[in-house]
Design a protein around this ligand. Structure first.
Ligand code: HEC
Length: 159
């Protein structure tokens, strides 16, 4: 009995300690918040790259043209593109963190957001062209999606 009581007391103590630890988590520092914001936006941009990959392959002729894939992936790109303005809402320019985002994004955020909307427009147009099944129109529309990525990178991403 005595031993059980001891184990019980020890358990109660560690439970209380665990609860105290979870009850008052230290709020993330501004630098941690900025690092999280960078992680999140880079994840979304990686997903843009993932969805663009097969389309780039089709344009280069390395991957056979597949209208269904274009329709799906262009739809994903449009949805992700819509999130870009929000994902860059946090101005991380004053932190010494690893990022390729140029500070000028937050000097004129509206102009940056417009580049994101250009991408959404181009991606929706590519999805529509793919739905029509016209290969040459779809390829031209995919090319414009790639240009919309490049237009933003030229101005706002470190080379
Ligand atoms: C509105 C501007 C904008 C548009 C549009 C845009 N990007 Fe980017 N992209 C950026 C910025 C800024 C970075 C650097 C982000 C960072 O490092 O914090 C970036 C980074 C990336 C990265 C590197 C992510 C990482 O950290 O590993 C990839 C991949 C990428 N973009 C792909 C794309 C593709 C593909 C498209 C088009 C389908 C696209 N982007 C459209 C602004 C944009």
């Amino acid at each position: 009995m005595k031993n059980f009581a001891k184990v019980g007391t020890a358990l109660a103590f560690s439970l209380a300690a665990a609860m105290a630890a979870t009850a008052q988590p230290a709020p993330p520092s501004p630098e941690e918040q900025a690092a999280n914001a960078i992680d999140l936006r880079q994840s979304a941009l990686k997903l843009l790259g993932y969805n663009m990959g097969p389309m780039g392959g089709m344009l280069r002729g390395n991957v056979p043209f597949d209208a269904a894939v274009v329709q799906t992936n262009a739809g994903h790109i449009a949805a992700l593109g819509e999130m870009i303005p929000d994902l860059f809402a946090a101005d991380t320019s004053s932190f010494d963190l690893e990022t390729e985002a140029l500070d000028r994004i937050w000097g004129n955020k509206d102009a940056f957001d417009e580049k994101a909307m250009d991408l959404v427009t181009a991606a929706n147009a590519a999805a529509e062209a793919a739905a029509s099944g016209n290969e040459s129109q779809t390829k031209a529309a995919m090319g414009r999606v790639g240009q919309a990525c490049g237009a933003c990178h030229d101005d706002y991403r470190e080379d």
